[in-house]
Design a protein around this ligand. Structure first.
Ligand SMILES: *[C@@H]1O[C@H](CO)[C@@H](O)[C@H](O)[C@H]1NC(C)=O
Ligand SMILES: *[C@@H]1O[C@H](CO)[C@@H](O)[C@H](O)[C@H]1NC(C)=O
Ligand SMILES: *[C@@H]1O[C@H](CO)[C@@H](O)[C@H](O)[C@H]1NC(C)=O
Ligand SMILES: *[C@@H]1O[C@H](CO)[C@@H](O)[C@H](O)[C@H]1NC(C)=O
Length: 496
C-alpha cells in the first residue's frame, strides 16, 4: 500500500504551479513585502526548502543595456521584470521547478524529478479522429475552467498603492490566462495621459526572444492542460502549413469552418463559434490607461484568405522554410524587425524568405499566417484568442528546433546585450512566474521533454501518421490507466 501511496503522492506533485501571478502572492502582503516564496504543501516550507527542493532568494536581474527601440525607463511594470512586483522568489534546485519548487522542470517527472520523459507533438491533420476530438474538448475545458494556481493583474502596479493596499487581481480561465499573458507581453506602454502610449515595445516579438519566449509559452500551455485534464501524455499538435493553399485546419471537425451567413465568423457547428474573446479593445485600454481585465468582448473573428494580398501574396512554402533553416546567423544588425539575414527575423516574417533582407511592405512566414487569418489572429495583442495560434506556433517552434539542431549554436550566439527591451540573454521573460531567462531556451542540448513527430523532412512529414487503430488502442489504455489511478487515490485517502 505504501508504494501505491507514493505513486499517488507523485502524481499530485506534478499537479502544481505555473505562470503569471501565483495566487498565493497576489495580495497586499505579497505586494508590500515584494516576496513571492509560496509554501510547498509537500513539507509546509517556503519553496520546499526543508526537502531541499529550493530556497527563497533575491531576484537578480541583468544590467546589460537594451536597444534604442524603447527610449524610456522607470515607467512600465515590465521593465527589469519581475522587480516591479517581487524581489525575492523561489530558486529551485536540481530538476525541481514551479513557483514554489513543488513541480519538476519541463521534461522531468517523479517524486524527485529524476525521471526524464519525452512526449511527441504530432501533426493535427494526421492524428486519429479520437485524438483530434480530445484536443478540441481539452481546449474547450480550459476555456471553461478557472485557473487554480494563477490570477491576472487588472491594473498597473502603481494603481495598487505603494504598500499594496489596493491589490487588483482577478480570476481567469485556463485558456484565457494564456491569451492575457500574450497580451501583457505585447501591449503598449502607458506614458501618462489618455491615449499617450509608446507602441514600439514588445517583450515577445520583433527581436531575439521571439523564439525562446514562444517556446516557453507553449510548454506552459501544454503543462496547464495536463494538470487540468490529468492526461500527462498530452502534447500540443502542430499544423504544417508549408505550401498550403487554404486554412486546412479550419473545418468543423477541427478549428471551425466558416459561418455560411457571415464569413468573418466561425460556423455554429464548431464549439469555437461560442467562444468569447478577451483583450481586443486595445484603443479603449489605452485611452483609459487600464489593462485588459478578461471581460468577454464578442465572438472570435476569422476569415482565412480574405486578407490584403499585396501584404501577403502567398502562404509560406517548403522552399521558404529551407532558406530560413539554412541561414547561419540567429540574429544580426539592429536585432529587430529591420535585421537582414537573421534566422529569427526571416522566420518571424519581417524579412524575405527568398533574399533574407528586411521588407516592411509585406508580411511573411510566421507573420503571413497571422495576417492570412484576417480576424482575431491578425492583431498581435489579441491573436492567442484563436486556438489556431497554438497549432501555428507549435510548427514555428519545430522549425526553430530544426535550426538549433542543424547549427548547434553556442550560447554566445544569442545576444547578451543591445537586443530590444526584454530580449537579451540574461533578461527574465515577461510575464512568466516562475522566472526563465531567454538564453536558457536557446540551447540545443536542453532537454525539455518533447520532440516533433517528424522534424519536417519534406514528404515524410505530410504522410507521417500512426494508424487510427493503434492510436485508439493507445488512448483507450490511457483512459484505463487514469481510471485505475483515480481508484487508487480514493483508496489512499481512505487508507493512509
Ligand atoms: C473591465 O474592462 C472593461 C473595458 O475596459 C470595463 O468596461 C469594465 O468596467 C472592466 N470591469 C471591471 C470589473 O473592472
Ligand atoms: C481583412 O482583410 C481586409 C482586406 O482584404 C482588411 O481591410 C481588413 O483590415 C482585414 N481584417 C483583419 C481583422 O485583419
Ligand atoms: C538591409 O539591407 C538593405 C539592402 O541591402 C539595406 O538597404 C539596409 O540598410 C540593411 N539594413 C540593415 C539594418 O542593415
Ligand atoms: C503515458 O505515456 C507513458 C510512456 O509513454 C506510458 O507508460 C503511460 O501509460 C501513458 N499514460 C497514459 C495515461 O496514457
Amino acid at each position: 500500500m505504501r508504494r501505491w501511496c507514493l505513486l499517488v503522492l507523485l502524481l499530485l506533485l506534478v499537479d502544481c504551479c505555473l505562470c503569471q501571478f501565483p495566487r498565493p502572492c497576489a495580495n497586499s502582503e505579497g505586494l508590500r513585502t515584494k516576496v513571492c516564496c509560496p509554501v510547498w504543501e509537500g513539507d509546509g516550507s517556503a519553496c520546499g526548502a526543508l526537502s531541499g527542493r529550493g530556497f527563497c532568494t533575491e531576484v537578480e536581474v541583468s544590467d546589460e543595456p537594451h536597444g534604442p527601440q524603447y527610449p524610456h525607463s522607470g515607467i512600465d511594470d515590465r521593465e527589469r521584470w519581475p522587480l516591479a512586483f517581487f524581489n525575492r522568489m523561489c530558486h529551485c534546485a536540481g530538476n525541481y521547478g514551479g513557483f514554489n519548487c513543488g513541480e519538476c522542470r519541463f521534461g522531468y517527472w517523479g517524486a524527485n524529478c529524476a525521471e526524464y520523459r519525452e512526449s511527441v507533438r504530432g501533426n493535427l491533420l494526421t492524428l486519429s479522429t479520437v485524438e483530434q476530438q480530445k484536443f478540441i474538448s481539452y481546449l474547450n475545458l480550459a476555456k471553461n475552467t478557472i485557473s487554480r494556481d494563477y490570477v491576472i493583474s487588472t491594473a498597473p502596479r502603481a494603481d495598487m498603492g505603494e504598500n499594496g493596499e489596493n491589490p487588483m487581481f482577478s480570476d481567469i480561465n485556463t485558456y484565457d490566462l494564456f491569451v492575457w499573458m500574450h497580451y501583457f507581453a505585447t501591449r503598449d506602454a502607458f506614458l501618462g495621459g489618455s491615449g499617450n502610449v509608446w507602441r514600439d515595445i514588445d517583450f515577445a516579438h520583433e527581436s531575439s526572444a521571439f523564439l525562446p519566449w514562444h517556446r516557453v509559452f507553449l510548454l506552459h500551455w501544454e503543462n496547464e492542460i495536463r494538470k487540468l485534464t490529468g492526461d500527462f501524455n498530452f502534447t500540443i499538435p502542430y499544423w504544417d502549413w508549408r505550401d498550403a493553399q487554404s486554412c486546412e485546419v479550419c473545418t468543423d471537425a477541427l478549428m471551425g469552418g466558416r459561418n455560411a451567413l457571415n464569413p468573418n465568423l466561425i460556423s455554429p457547428a464548431s464549439v469555437f463559434s461560442s467562444w468569447k474573446v478577451i483583450c481586443t479593445q486595445l484603443e479603449e485600454y489605452n485611452s483609459k490607461e487600464v489593462l485588459c481585465n478578461s471581460t468577454g468582448e464578442g465572438p472570435l473573428l476569422r476569415n482565412p484568405g480574405n486578407h490584403d494580398r499585396r501584404r501577403v501574396p502567398r502562404l509560406p512554402t517548403a522552399a521558404d522554410v529551407e532558406f530560413a533553416v539554412n541561414l547561419q546567423q540567429y540574429e544580426t544588425g539592429p536585432m529587430d524587425r529591420f535585421a537582414n539575414m537573421s534566422f529569427r527575423n526571416v522566420i518571424e516574417g519581417f524579412a524575405s524568405p527568398v533574399s533574407g533582407l528586411a521588407i516592411s511592405s509585406q508580411s511573411m512566414m510566421h507573420n503571413a499566417l497571422h495576417v492570412f487569418m484576417n480576424g482575431t489572429m491578425s492583431s498581435v495583442q489579441s491573436s492567442a484568442n484563436d486556438p489556431v495560434f497554438l497549432l501555428h506556433h507549435a510548427f514555428i517552434d519545430s522549425i526553430y528546433e530544426r535550426w538549433l539542431r542543424k547549427h548547434q549554436p553556442l550560447r554566445s550566439n544569442y545576444p547578451r546585450a543591445n537586443a530590444a527591451i526584454g530580449h537579451n540573454d540574461g533578461y527574465y521573460m515577461v510575464p512568466f512566474m516562475p522566472l526563465y531567462r531567454n538564453g536558457e531556451y536557446f540551447l540545443t542540448n536542453k532537454k525539455l521533454g518533447y520532440a516533433y513527430a517528424c522534424l519536417l523532412d519534406p514528404g515524410v512529414c505530410k504522410s507521417f501518421g500512426h494508424s487510427s487503430w493503434s492510436r485508439s488502442v493507445f488512448w483507450g489504455l490511457g483512459f484505463a490507466v487514469i481510471a485505475v489511478i483515480a481508484v487508487l487515490i480514493c483508496c489512499c485517502l481512505y487508507c493512509c
